[in-house]
Design a protein around this ligand. Structure first.
Ligand code: SAH
Length: 283
């Protein structure tokens, strides 16, 4: 055993002296440069491999999404949560987790994708907008969702708010007046793997009676007054949040209590108007 170790020891010493000899012949700087170059090639090769893994060879490829795109979106979301939400006082950990998770970049038109995590609303076509992330988080937090609720949203739009709700509760129902928006939102949510939502093309002033009563209702377009049908479809102890008014609006939290309806004025806001077109009835 000891002899083996000695042998090993001496051959290692011999190798070391040979390396020393070799290093003596080659300029140190050149050797270092070669090492850096080899490391660079290795990193490039591994990053190419990662981005290839992301695209499924069996699917027709619409646009190449690389691992670095995915990482960049996650990093932008993290910044958005810190700088826009936490900084302004959103605290509910479940809401923050949902906002960290839902890829807003998948809900905006391709030409706005690089602005998906900016601090504002963005156009989604048909004169409509996806709401500012802070407003989405603020309104969601105000509903105080514990995780068991059935929630109605009026104004599906891009489906982003519905996705945030779908992260938090088992049942989300959403009503949208403009059919192509409803269809696109449905597709986006399904492609992202959500199964706990239903979208209906219809007039939000009528709510969605088939699944009432709701534990919570969120309206993301502004009516001039609180629609009475939505109060009817709210369950006892239910909460509803909605912008109310014409021009500038107030974000109002409505609670249905055994003693009656309680309203609280939370924030001045600016939403697109809730249109009063009659486009029903398929429930
Ligand atoms: N929550 C959406 C943004 C809403 S924008 C999102 O996350 O992207 C407001 C939406 O309300 C628009 O899509 C608009 O078409 C819809 N809307 C306006 N009036 C409506 C009505 N009466 N009933 C249902 N949807 C309505």
């Amino acid at each position: 055993m000891k002899a083996d170790r000695d042998l090993l020891g001496s051959s290692a010493a011999l190798q070391a002296s040979r390396v020393q000899e070799w290093r003596g012949k080659v300029e140190d700087k050149v050797a270092d440069r070669i090492a850096v170059w080899i490391a660079g090639v290795a990193i490039l090769a591994s990053s190419l491999q990662v981005s290839q893994c992301v695209s499924d060879p069996h699917q027709p490829m619409k646009s190449l999404v690389t691992q670095s795109d995915v990482d960049a979106a996650a990093a932008s979301r993290e910044q958005m949560v810190k700088n826009q939400l936490e900084y302004r006082g959103v605290r509910d950990p479940r809401v923050l987790k949902a906002m960290r998770k839902v890829p807003r970049d998948k809900f905006v038109p391709p030409e706005y994708r690089d602005r998906a995590y900016d601090d504002g609303a963005l156009p989604i076509g048909y004169d409509q907008t996806i709401s500012q992330p802070y407003i989405v988080a603020f309104m969601t937090e105000a509903l105080q969702l514990s995780g068991k609720e059935r929630v109605l949203e009026i104004g599906t739009g891009s489906g982003y708010q519905a996705a945030v709700l779908a992260e938090l509760v088992p049942e989300v129902y959403s009503v949208e007046l403009i059919e192509p928006l409803a269809r696109r939102a449905e597709k986006t949510l399904s492609e992202l793997g959500y199964t706990n939502f239903k979208i209906k093309v219809g007039n939000g002033y009528e709510g969605w009676s088939a699944h009432a009563p709701y534990d919570a209702i969120m309206v993301t377009a502004a009516p001039a007054d609180i629609p009475p049908v939505l109060i009817d479809q709210l369950g006892m102890n239910g909460r509803m949040i909605l912008p109310v008014g014409t021009g500038t609006q107030d974000l109002i939290l409505v609670k249905k209590t055994p003693g009656g309806i309680v309203k609280k004025d939370l924030l001045p806001v600016r939403f697109v108007p809730m249109l009063n077109q009659d486009r029903h009835k398929d429930d």
